[in-house]
Write a protein that binds this ligand. Structure first.
Ligand code: KG4
Ligand code: ZN
Length: 398
């Protein structure tokens, strides 16, 4: 047992992509602070994350962010029981900033260090939220959809003597859902990251206007046993996965592109960029939405979102039912989406399944989820080796 009889405080550090984050969490159940420094302003003008700039920004932010997390929690380094850090998956240079800093701090303070998989962190964002809001939150077998800018993965998560076991049961073959949101937003001259823009604008459009559809993904013979090429899914062979639980989002992205070209919307979309920048915020009212996008563009946005969420729902609930999970967890940046939350909640109710999301703030990258995921590992004495380094393609489960 790694417990030292103190308060069970873990300082989590997260730097896998474009957010530098630190948080102090007590016994994996109570968030004392959660500080997130976003690099959106740095990457926005490039329409995506630039890895070199991300590393540089992490280097700048890490010390003040950790200090702020300690100060907000009202604790000092001496009060901590352990440190936790994301060791992968993510950008190698970005991960290394957090890992190197956490290792140095752990060494200097004589504290144990727990390495956390970023995807397990996203799952624990839901569990942390439940522990904070529901009294006896059930540690029940759950089907977890991790849906973000880098991942669209389905896991069967099972509590196993204090810690959790994960089985990968489905995933995207190409783009992640959040990646599709970001690319479609860019194509339509909207801001980066695209998810929040599409989320806000979709409510003013007619989702039935453009009938996008998803064909059942086939496990093509040439793909079987191989690892997909894209950044979303580099790790595990798909051979053993049920094709009903596989996703593909590059098709709808191309379909939107074709629709835009066919309907002469391209120039108008490009002309939107300076108007979008001048507006400076995501439209909140119908008037603002219409001032930025003509109705056919709003309809296209609503139709795209409706189709993506429909596909996520169909496969997630099929997996939950097929594998006998009693609960569905949805987490990752895209889980912040309003329509997604409404439709998943309604469908879970219809099927008599429990469903849980993190708060919207805990859906996107943060360090509270890393400190929470580290708690059971800390209790079990599972500490990182001195040789810990970044693992950009780290997989979760098997
Ligand atoms: O979890 P996250 O912060 O970082 C990764 O691990 O990737 O997820 C970021 C992704 C981006 O693609 C962003 O566009 C998407 O989550 N996102 C959303 C929303 N908020 C963020 N997508 C749809 N609706 C949202 N409200
Ligand atoms: Zn993430």
């Amino acid at each position: 047992m790694g417990q030292s009889g103190k308060r069970g405080l873990i300082l989590g550090i997260e730097s896998s992509c474009d957010e530098t984050a630190a948080a102090v969490v007590e016994r994996g159940a109570r968030t004392l602070s959660s500080v997130v420094a976003s690099q959106i302003a740095t990457h926005a003008r490039y329409g995506g994350v630039v890895p070199e700039l991300a590393s540089r920004e992490h280097l700048r932010a890490i010390v003040p962010v950790v200090r702020a997390a300690l100060a907000e929690a009202g604790v000092t380094l001496g009060d901590l029981d352990a440190l936790a850090v994301t060791s992968g998956p993510g950008l190698a240079g970005a991960l290394l900033v957090g890992i190197t800093y956490a290792k140095a701090l752990a060494f200097a303070q004589g504290l144990p260090l727990v390495a956390v998989n970023h995807l397990e962190g996203h799952i624990h964002a839901v569990l942390l939220n439940e522990r904070q809001t529901v009294k006896d939150s059930p540690d029940a077998q759950s089907l977890a959809l991790v849906v973000s800018g880098g991942h669209t993965h389905l896991y069967l998560a099972e509590p196993a003597s204090g810690t959790w076991h994960y089985r990968l049961v489905g995933r995207t073959l190409d783009d992640a859902a959040g990646e599709a949101y970001d690319k479609v937003a860019k194509l339509l001259g909207l801001g980066y990251p695209g998810g929040p823009w599409i989320d806000a604008l979709a409510q003013f459009g007619d989702a039935r206007a453009v009938p996008f559809s998803f064909a059942q993904v086939k496990t093509k013979a040439h793909l079987t046993g191989k690892t997909p090429r894209t950044k979303a899914a580099k790790t595990t062979p798909i051979a053993e996965l049920d094709p009903h639980f596989l996703f593909s989002f590059s098709g709808i992205k191309t379909a939107v592109l074709r629709y835009v070209e066919l309907h002469g919307m391209r120039e108008e979309a490009q002309a939107r960029v300076p108007r979008m920048l001048a507006l400076g915020h995501i439209p909140a009212t119908r008037e603002e939405a219409l001032a930025l996008c003509p109705q056919p563009v709003l309809d296209l946005i609503a139709s795209f979102q409706h189709a993506v969420i429909g596909d996520l729902m169909k496969k997630t609930f099929a997996a939950a039912e097929g594998l006998g999970a009693v609960r569905v967890l949805v987490t990752g940046g895209v889980a912040a989406n309003r329509e997604l939350r409404e439709r998943f909640t309604a469908e879970a109710q219809r099927r008599g399944l429990a469903i849980a999301f993190p708060t919207r703030a805990l859906s996107t990258d943060n360090a509270a989820m890393i400190a929470a995921a580290a708690w059971p590992r800390f209790v079990a004495g599972e500490f990182a080796p001195e040789s810990l380094t970044a693992d950009p393609a780290l997989a979760l489960g098997r």
